[in-house]
Design a protein around this ligand. Structure first.
Ligand SMILES: NC(=O)c1ccc[n+]([C@@H]2O[C@H](COP(=O)([O-])OP(=O)(O)OC[C@H]3O[C@@H](n4cnc5c(N)ncnc54)[C@H](OP(=O)(O)O)[C@@H]3O)[C@@H](O)[C@H]2O)c1
Length: 287
């Protein structure tokens, strides 16, 4: 079966790379990098969408440097917020659906338990606020959208926690890792498989869904498994967030409740541990 004509923004990014690999065998994919299409250029966005005539737009473009967003808030709000509205308006004009990727950083992390789609966002950072604006702009201009909120993503072709920990562990005898922020690591391949499902199912439009791999862990617990799998002996020291002050505040608990997406898609979600093993095996990080 060939799926809709799909247009991916933010090509070359971590998620977009995995998405292209998953979708290209089953659909006609146009993927444009920032250099080819800057989504903050409203006219260029409209021209591109009118030219490509996609059935589905997947917005994988974003300003993802969470700490830098604090001092570069105008750009963050423009790329992650206002520009999502440009894509939505172009989608509305051409009749395309739009699948947009959002984040757990919309939440303040004070909830005891995983966040559902109906929990009230209360972002702690500029990045979180800009992504919330993106969701609002999307829904303001079109009904034919799906918002997928995800978290703690890693995969090929992107700066991510797994690669950073491995790199640091090779350079240092001991590493301090935050042990009081909890969430669920998410492999880009798993999110891409779910996005493929949404490309095929327009009947769920107008809704928001949460997705991550299964299981909740702290950054410290995640790092411990990464080192265990790679057999690197570097000592890991659990620390509190207060020991690592960063420009952007992060939620302490941002686990996402996946009840809705499981019911709607019927997709089996694997554990973060199984996904991590596959990523490390595939990328030669496990010998
Ligand atoms: N990574 C995570 O842990 C995580 C967690 C939750 C949600 N998300 C969301 O998932 C989505 C994909 O994230 P990712 O991790 O794949 O990010 P990424 O690797 O940083 O990819 C984002 C891509 O967007 C491009 N981009 C930036 N500004 C643009 C613009 N104005 N016009 C067009 N393209 C632009 C970037 O290009 P340059 O690099 O050349 O600027 C980059 O290629 C984002 O919406 C992000 O908010 C990510």
């Amino acid at each position: 079966m060939t799926l809709a004509n799909v247009f991916i923004t933010g090509a070359g990014g971590m998620l977009a790379t995995a998405l292209e690999a998953v979708l290209k065998p089953v659909s006609h994919v146009t993927a444009l990098t920032e250099a080819q299409l800057d989504i903050t250029d409203k006219q260029a966005v409209l021209r591109a969408v009118q030219g490509i005539k996609p059935g589905v737009i997947i917005n994988a473009a974003a300003y993802t440097a969470v700490d830098r967003c604090e001092t570069d808030s105008e750009k963050a709000m423009l790329v992650n917020g206002t520009a999502v509205g440009y894509l939505a308006q172009a989608a509305q004009v051409t009749g395309a659906r739009i699948i947009h990727i959002s984040t757990d950083y919309l939440f303040d992390g004070r909830k005891d338990g995983p966040y559902t789609e109906t929990d009230e966002p209360n972002p702690l950072s500029v990045y979180g606020r800009s992504k919330l604006l993106g969701e609002q702009e999307l829904a303001r201009f079109t009904d034919k959208y799906v918002i997928l909120r995800t978290q703690w993503m890693y995969g090929e072709n992107g700066k991510n926690f797994v690669d950073t920990i491995l790199q640091l562990a090779q350079q240092k005898d001991e590493l301090k890792v935050v042990d009081d922020q909890y969430g669920s690591p998410t492999y880009t391949e798993d999110l891409s498989a779910v996005i493929r499902w949404f490309v095929e199912h327009s009947e769920v439009d107008g809704q928001t869904f949460h997705f991550s791999d299964e299981g909740v862990v702290s950054w410290f617990g995640f790092a411990r498994e990464i080192l265990k799998l790679s057999r690197i002996k570097t000592k890991l020291i659990p620390v509190d967030t207060s020991e690592f002050p960063r420009p952007a505040h992060r939620p302490h608990n941002s686990a996402l409740d996946k009840t809705k997406i499981k019911q709607v898609t019927n997709i089996d979600i694997r554990t973060w541990f199984d996904a991590l093993y596959e990523y490390m095996k595939k990328t030669g990080k496990i010998r």
